[in-house]
Design a protein around this ligand. Structure first.
Ligand code: FAD
Ligand code: SF4
Length: 445
């Protein structure tokens, strides 16, 4: 039977975005690989949360062993395709490359990784063979990178994996959140299908795991525990947080992740009548949506309540967004969204001191769209329905760091719901730790 293909509708805004780091040609890849010094105590490996043997795969590219390079990458990181395109290499592997220390251009590790994995998965994807069936069944809640990576590794061990995803489109933020100039939805979905081809993995979309199921489309936590040998929680984060200022509710004020999801997945998405947008926030999500909107032809101000130095977003992402036209407005905060006839026409901004608005400093700045990128709420409430699973004071699922096992003997967890929101590569790294312990628990290895 042909594996199921997950399609996104055509006519999506993300289709118009060009790759910022396109696929290397063979000649470009070999030339770049030959710059690597194959350092013996390679700092780039230590900087990778999944510890990919970077000099080894680069050496293989240099000798045109592309399939071997892909095998090295995917053995350490089963989502090596999306990580090649989405990872902030500037602060991870490439940021620690010895060339960076000498003030020279680091090896383009992400682009080399993309070259090896993308070409191999397109042409000769049969890289790994799953072990014989063990008869063990594992439920994975959520279909983001944490669960997909865990399912792939568990399937290779011969276990049956059933993934429960509440949305119609699987993949979590990997298919619906990453900026389209890095990774487009269909690329994440093709990678996910390759993971599914590795073994016995079943995906149930449109099914939410809840405390107490009340009808079709829901399954209870207790049911999962009773009918599976292990459960992995890859819940991610929840809805976009709101600022709580007057005028915020209603059309014209959007949450950043929801708006990004529309850009990536909604056919015919258009910003009608929007010339100027104001993005509120200073993290990477704020930078991403600001950058995406400016590339869609909107004038963008990004308003941050503290100074540039204090921003949570990466400096390289800010530089890149600025090159395309994003303006950063520091030490300001919206205190009101101004509407006329219900429509957003402006934002009242106050100057801030220590991140708090100073009364009497307000100015009115025109904007037809306001995007809140000030963080996401937690989606971890359901975790408490598994007896023994606890949340910390910030709503994150508590795990043992060495095993990623929760307080319930059959429940493990990883990804954003545990770390509070990091990167795809961290979700994979945490899934690896959990899988090692699940394996120990199920077959004693
Ligand atoms: C806008 C944005 C841009 C980003 N850009 C990058 C980037 O460029 N590079 C990078 O490395 N990282 C990036 N990240 C971070 C990265 O996307 C996350 O770290 C990663 O996706 C976390 O994976 P996860 O599996 O933990 O969660 P998610 O990807 O959020 O997946 C969780 C899934 O669980 C489902 N779910 C939740 N609760 C239930 C339930 N009760 N029942 C059934 N299903 C449920 C959700 O619907 C979702 O599909 C970005 C994040 C955001 C918000
Ligand atoms: S640190 Fe740079 S030069 Fe050294 S092995 Fe890693 S990529 Fe190659």
């Amino acid at each position: 039977m042909e594996p199921k293909r997950f399609e996104l509708p055509s006519g999506r805004a993300e289709e118009g975005f060009k790759d910022k780091k396109p696929l290397y040609t063979q000649a470009e890849a070999v030339a770049e690989a030959n710059r690597c010094l194959y350092c013996s105590d390679a700092p780039c490996i230590k900087a990778c949360p999944t510890a990919i043997n970077i000099p080894e795969f680069i050496r293989k590219i240099g000798t045109s062993n592309i399939r071997g390079a892909a095998r090295t990458i995917l053995t350490a990181n089963i989502l090596g395709q999306s990580c090649a395109q989405a990872c902030p290499v500037e602060v991870l592997c490439a940021g620690s490359c010895v060339y960076t220390g000498w003030g020279r251009e680091a090896i383009n590790i992400g682009r080399l990784q993309r070259f090896a994995v993308e070409n191999t998965l397109k042409k000769t994807p049969e890289l790994f063979q799953a072990k014989p069936a063990t008869g063990k069944k594992i439920a994975l809640v959520g279909s983001g990178p944490a669960s997909i990576a865990a399912a792939g590794m568990l399937a290779l061990e011969g276990h049956t994996c059933i993934i429960y995803e509440r949305k119609a489109i699987p993949g979590g933020l990997n298919s619906l959140g990453i900026a389209p100039y890095k990774l487009k939805g269909p690329e994440a979905l093709r990678e996910m299908e390759w993971v599914f081809s590795l073994g016995r993995i079943e995906l149930r979309t449109g099914v939410e795991v809840v405390e107490q199921a009340k009808g079709p489309g829901q399954v209870s936590a207790s049911e999962l525990i009773a009918s599976h040998d292990a459960v992995f929680l890859g819940l991610g984060l929840g809805a976009d947080s709101r600022l709580g200022v007057p005028g915020e509710d209603g059309e014209g004020v959007e949450g950043a992740t929801l708006l990004i999801e529309r850009i990536k997945a909604e056919p015919g998405f258009k910003l009608q009548g929007v010339k100027r947008a104001m993005i509120v926030g200073g993290g990477n999500t704020a930078l991403d949506i600001a950058h995406e909107l400016v590339l869609l032809g909107v004038e963008v101000d990004m308003v941050y309540r503290r100074s540039e130095k204090e921003m949570g977003g990466y400096a390289h992402e800010l530089d890149s967004a600025r090159v395309d036209g994003v303006r950063l407005v520091e030490n300001r905060q919206p205190v009101e969204v101004v509407r006329e006839g219900g429509k957003v026409v402006a934002v009242k901004l106050a100057t801030t001191r220590d991140g708090k608005p100073v009364p009497g400093t307000e100015e009115v700045v025109p904007a037809e769209l306001v995007v809140m990128a000030i963080g996401q709420e937690r989606a971890t409430g359901v975790a408490k329905a598994f007896p023994g699973v606890e949340l910390d004071a910030r709503g994150r699922v508590k795990v043992d760091a060495a095993t990623h096992r929760t307080g319930h003997a059959k429940v493990w967890s990883g990804g954003d719901c545990v770390n509070g929101g990091k990167e795809v590569v961290n979700a994979v790294a945490e899934a690896k730790i959990a899988v090692r312990d699940i394996q120990r628990h199920l077959v004693g290895e």
